[in-house]
Design a protein around this ligand. Sequence first.
Ligand code: MN
Length: 244
Amino acid sequence: MKKREFLRMAGLMGVAGLFGSSRLRAADLEPIEAVTLRTGDFELPKLNFAFDALEPHIDKMTMEIHHGKHHAAYVKNLNDAIKSTPFATMELEEILAKVTDKYPAIRNNGGGHYNHSLFWTVLSPKGGGEPTGALAEAIKFNFGSFDKMKEKFNNEAKSRFGSGWAWLYVDKKKQLAIMSSPNQDNPLMSKLSKQRGTPILGLDVWEHAYYLKYQNRRPDYISAFWNVINWEEVSRRYLKGLEK
Ligand code: MN
């Protein structure tokens, strides 16, 4: 939303009305589909918030480097790697579903592009708290409680050795499950990952995601993450994951 339009709407609705509307907040997001449905020439998606908006939980410089250097490099390297391969005409999710260990550059950079595109959308300066609705019910059903899910997710994120991701995902039986993956793998990689499904919440536990602010204290970064989770977006992905 442009600043002028924001002010116009804020005037019409009142600022409280604007921020209170989940519909408007969801519309502000650039859905991951916008970047995954392109073929051949992937692009770095824009963030829906300023680089410093997640302070103090995730710092400005980390966000600038993470998005502008790391993610940008995955996009460039993916575009280079798929040229003159059968992957050049595929959407990103199809690339991930079909990639094998014979194509390490496509595996790593395709995963890197997808994972970071998802990551930015499940973060929000207005995030935190707990989900509501169908996702909240599913968490209770599959894990017993929100806190038990959180504990399991945190344990996966803490114990992933070296670089990787922790995931909350919808498995093949349409149940919620938790896993972690090495490097840039994710549960969409059906030829590479033992646990398969649709990721709905991901946490990057590579050192580049937290080292400037947290150094070796990965558990502190993991705790801070829960203050900026955009549950509206995770819920949207949950409902889409059920349809697949
Ligand atoms: Mn990263």
